[in-house]
Design a protein around this ligand. Structure first.
Ligand code: PGA
Length: 261
């Protein structure tokens, strides 16, 4: 069992985090053109998707053989509601690149039988040969996907309640109407995420510094879901300087990386 996260880079700023993440994804696809990706939503990966679109348009990466699964989805909304992660992905990525539709997978925000939907999702991931690269953000409370504090490390894709602080963080997708943010979500589990061959976690902004500090230095504990990543041997963490914790007390030096090309 790994106890440390060794591959931690501090980038110059938020845009540099996005660019470094896009490059890592491109490298993954160059090495394995039929890579299976687990994709995040939220504010953090917006630059990553924008740079990836640029790289695709510049002919540097070919997405025609990849398969994608989204990390999570709100539950209880029509699929085409602008607040769903399916709609987000369409807006920021899939409308601008060519990925064959049959290779793009989402959890159904409107599934009549959520348990069957979640089991089917796990099955599809297995049929594609498993996740090669899981890309994650992190919540202020340390969640990954919608695996809120207390989620079991061996949890699989399932229906979960969303915590109030997480609903508030997602209100931007609902014109800042907190009452419109769903109370439940479907999420891949921590076990599903840990099965990925490689994991890339991105965090930007001061609000994430505490969760990042706990992930790196705190106990490995379901109360901080991201601490589960310390049990995985291929995790890369990309931070901007605001999200990077002060860590003199442990002597664990985080080395700033050049953010440019
Ligand atoms: P954010 O969300 O990128 O909007 O901060 C990250 C998360 O909650 O996982």
């Amino acid at each position: 069992m790994e106890q440390r996260l060794d591959d931690i880079s501090i980038c110059e700023n938020e845009k540099a985090v996005g660019k470094a993440a896009a490059k890592m994804i491109a490298q993954q696809i160059q090495q394995k053109p039929d890579s299976v990706l687990l994709l995040p939503t939220g504010r953090t990966p917006l630059d990553m998707y924008a740079y990836l679109v640029e790289m695709v348009n510049a002919g540097q990466v070919d997405l025609s053989r990849i398969a994608t699964f989204n990390l999570d989805e709100f539950y209880g909304l029509p699929q085409d509601h602008p607040g769903t992660f399916r709609s987000y992905m369409q807006r920021v990525f899939f409308s601008q690149v060519q990925v064959p539709a049959e290779r793009v997978h989402f959890l159904d925000s409107n599934a009549a039988d959520p348990a069957a939907e979640c089991d089917g999702y796990e099955q599809k991931i297995r049929e594609r040969g498993g996740i090669d690269l899981a890309i994650l953000g992190i919540g202020v409370n340390g969640h990954i996907g919608f695996n809120e504090p207390g989620s079991a490390f061996d949890s699989r894709t399932r229906l979960v309640p969303i915590r109030e602080e997480t609903r508030a963080a997602n209100a931007f997708l609902f014109n800042d109407h907190l009452d419109k943010v769903p109370t439940h979500a479907l999420t891949t589990g921590i076990g599903t995420i840990l099965d990925a061959k490689k994991i890339l976690l991105l965090a930007t902004g001061r609000s994430k510094a505490n969760a990042i500090h706990e992930m790196i230095h705190g106990d490995i504990n379901p109360e901080l879901p991201a601490s589960a990543l310390r049990m995985h041997s291929h995790v890369t963490v990309l931070l901007d300087s605001f999200a990077a914790p002060e860590s003199q007390e442990t002597g664990n030096r985080l080395v700033p990386q050049p953010g440019g090309d």
